[in-house]
Design a protein around this ligand. Structure first.
Ligand code: ATP
Ligand code: MG
Length: 343
């Protein structure tokens, strides 16, 4: 059976006065139902732009989009990039839903939580307002909001950050979507609430057998809940594999850098956290070779200055493990050994 979502060579660029911003560059990945794909990368790496393209939410007058994002629906495949806006609009909410990065801007301040969830439900269901509110209470209950029948009458500002995020999840799931894209669902939350929300997403995924894309800048927080991961850098996927391989055997120097910069329970002793020095390149004028070269500790190991002149391909280094890097296996082993070493 085909995976529910197949993204193929997706490219999103924005023409601006300063030049063309290449925000997502030749992105390909798949997500099956029952599977969680983590999309990981620093701010500005193209995570949200890629997801908004899949959801058909870019303004097509200001974004140039190429490639495909195919939803394999029971009625047949639909490419959300080339399908008519009306067709894509009808898929949102039910076939695919998104939890947006900023919950306060996605929730309307003047309507009760119950009204907002009920409105989302009514897009795909026949029923009275009462039926909608009843469904909203069920959903709030399901996502672990205590006293749901009372809280359904409250407004967004009366909820804490963690509870608001649960409301967003309830609203996104009200029509049992087949695909859920959660854009940084835990970034603004403290660590305990973060892990509760991720666990909730995991439980909901099992309950509804959803395909889930979990967007984050923190590879550490998703290691427990994701099945596979794509690491993005400057608009491109630089590494893609199952989550354990990326977490324990990262192949790309950027992933190694990301892992060096987060606390890890399995390597607490004698390890100092190291931020990756420098900044990503401008998406308007990407460098000639590897986009990560200027920040890469290992590029000098690659002969003939290839990192500066030749864009590395996303190669399958091991079965199912892809990496966009010129380093040889021996050089990578050395790079990996330094992960977790004291400095
Ligand atoms: N409408 C637009 N016009 C021009 N540039 C844009 C537009 N939307 C996004 N960009 C640029 O595209 C790049 C990728 O943005 P995106 O929002 O996908 O990053 P992100 O990986 O989601 O980052 P964050 O972790 O901060 O949310 C950024 O450099 C951003 O400034
Ligand atoms: Mg984003």
């Amino acid at each position: 059976m085909k995976p529910f979502l197949e993204v193929k060579n997706l490219t999103v660029s924005f023409p601006t006065e300063d030049g063309l911003v290449r925000a997502s560059n030749d992105i390909s990945f798949t997500v099956a139902r029952g599977e969680t794909l983590a999309v990981v990368g620093e701010s500005g790496s193209g995570k949200s732009v890629t997801s908004l393209a899949v959801m058909g939410l870019h303004n097509r007058k200001s974004a140039i989009i190429n490639g495909e994002a195919i939803l394999n629906l029971p009625t047949g495949p639909v490419d959300t990039i080339s399908a008519a806006p009306d067709v894509v609009r009808k898929l949102r909410g039910k076939s695919m839903a998104m939890i947006f990065q900023d919950p306060m801007s996605a929730l309307h301040p003047y309507y009760t939580i119950g009204d907002q969830i009920s409105e989302a439900w009514k897009l795909y269901n026949e029923g009275s307002k009462q039926d909608g509110i009843k469904r909203a209470v069920e959903m709030l209950d399901l996502v672990g909001i205590p006293a749901a029948a009372k809280r359904v009458k409250e407004f967004p500002h009366q909820f804490s950050g963690g509870m608001r995020q649960r409301v967003m999840i309830a609203m996104a799931l009200v029509n049992n979507p087949s695909l859920l894209i959660a854009d940084e669902p835990t970034t603004a939350l403290d660590v305990t609430v973060q892990s509760q929300i991720l666990q909730l997403l995991r439980d909901m995924q099992k309950e509804f057998n959803m395909a889930v894309i979990l967007i984050t800048h923190d590879l550490g927080v998703v290691a427990e809940v994701a099945d596979r991961a794509c690491v993005m850098y400057a608009g491109k996927i630089v590494e893609q594999s199952n989550i354990n391989e990326i977490y324990y055997k990262p192949d790309h120097p950027y992933s190694i850098g990301l892992l060096n910069s987060i606390p890890r329970l399995d390597q607490m002793e004698g390890r100092r956290l190291q931020a990756i020095p420098g900044q990503p390149p401008s998406l308007i004028s990407l460098p000639a070779g590897c986009s990560f070269r200027a920040r890469c500790t290992y590029s000098k190991l690659v002969p003939n200055n290839r990192c500066a002149t030749e864009v590395p391909d996303l190669n399958e280094k091991f079965t199912g493990h892809f990496s966009r890097c010129h380093l040889t296996e021996a050089q990578l082993t050395e790079a990996r050994t330094s992960l977790g070493a004291t400095s």
